[in-house]
Design a protein around this ligand. Sequence first.
Ligand SMILES: C[S@@+](CC[C@H](N)C(=O)[O-])C[C@H]1O[C@@H](n2cnc3c(N)ncnc32)[C@H](O)[C@@H]1O
Length: 244
Amino acid sequence: MSLRTAGDRNRFAQHLFAGLPARYDRLAEWLSFGQNARWRRAMVDHIVPGSPKRVLDVASGTAGVALQIADRTSAHVVGLDLTLNMLKIGQRNVAQAHQIRRVQLVNGRAEMLPFPDAVFDGLTFTYLFRYVDDPQATLNELARVVKPGAPVASLEFMVPPSRFWRAWWWGYTRFVLPLAGLLTGGPEWYKVGRFLGPSISKLYQHYPVDWTADAWREAGFEDVGMRVMSLGGGLVMWGRRAGG
Ligand SMILES: C[S@@+](CC[C@H](N)C(=O)[O-])C[C@H]1O[C@@H](n2cnc3c(N)ncnc32)[C@H](O)[C@@H]1O
């Protein structure tokens, strides 16, 4: 696996995630009170009914989503991620799940996918937009590689819309998460715990949910829908490539 990276954000993401993989799967569930698994499932629900043959999972990390797609469909799944250390644990997870024939992991950037046009029958991407410079250009690139009519679904954290829950969310992300990260995962997870809340707030200041739905349409997706989950802590979006 080789990769030429470009841009400060790519380097930042690689640096942030390089030290996390060993405990990533466990801590991602603990620190989200098990909600991450629910959200992933709700996202993959939008891919399963199409019975896809070939699915791309972008920002695949330790391959949790890619493996779920392989479990719930008969598709061959390509999981793409920027960070080699995440993919190494992903490769171990794929081997342990006996899915090496159906799940292939690739080192690459969402902004410049190493695939020809219109080759995938389904696409998922998870927690990606806080790490790219230009979400619209990235969405255009994601749309390029899926076939007309193919289902697409994504998952991202969200800032709770209700003022009451937003206050709790703010306290949790600014104080509890960094401390819980430090106690359960050490300094690397403290760093992530401090980064996460402000990075989610910033994402929605720059790119509100309505902007994102329009950006999906601009990229060539139709039937765009969304589901706010867990009191506004998570956002699952879906659609399909136009022209099917
Ligand atoms: C929070 S992890 C999510 C991993 C996995 N999808 C999951 O649900 O557990 C975010 C992943 O995005 C990857 N990433 C960040 N920027 C990326 C980019 N520009 N292209 C591809 N992957 C990227 C990181 O390396 C990291 O593994």
